[in-house]
Design a protein around this ligand. Structure first.
Ligand SMILES: [Cu+2]
Length: 119
């Protein structure tokens, strides 16, 4: 009986992991300039996919709620930016992407993952 229960829980956990990493689509926020508020909590950026227009200045406003050290920095590798995110503060990151493309942003361990899509 216990073994059966353990098996069921294992299968559910595997299903959850598959869903989380391969099936769940991040929320997308479209923005034509201006600013986008991004919440940093529970292992995800919300929204995690931000679409902007090429050449438009954009302000990404990160608010970190997650106290884990994992969330303490956001890294825009393609822009050469590593920015500290103190808990419960909103940090503005101003960008003006001049080339279309997909630019990932992550925490320093790449557990948190987001994508800036420039069109
Ligand atoms: Cu991390």
């Amino acid at each position: 009986m216990t073994a059966t229960l353990v098996n069921i829980i294992s299968v559910l956990l595997i299903g959850l992991i598959i869903y989380w990493f391969w099936i769940a689509k991040p929320a997308t926020r479209h923005s034509v300039g201006g600013s986008v508020d991004i919440l940093v909590d529970n292992g995800v950026y919300e929204p995690a996919r931000i679409e902007v227009n090429v050449g438009q200045p954009i302000t990404l406003r990160f608010t970190r709620k997650d106290h884990s050290p994992c969330a303490e920095k956001v890294v825009f590798a393609d822009f050469g930016l590593t920015i500290d995110l103190p808990v419960d503060q909103t940090i503005d990151i101003k960008l003006q992407p001049e080339n279309a493309g997909e630019y990932p942003f992550t925490c320093q361990m790449q557990m948190y993952r987001g994508m800036l899509v420039v069109k």
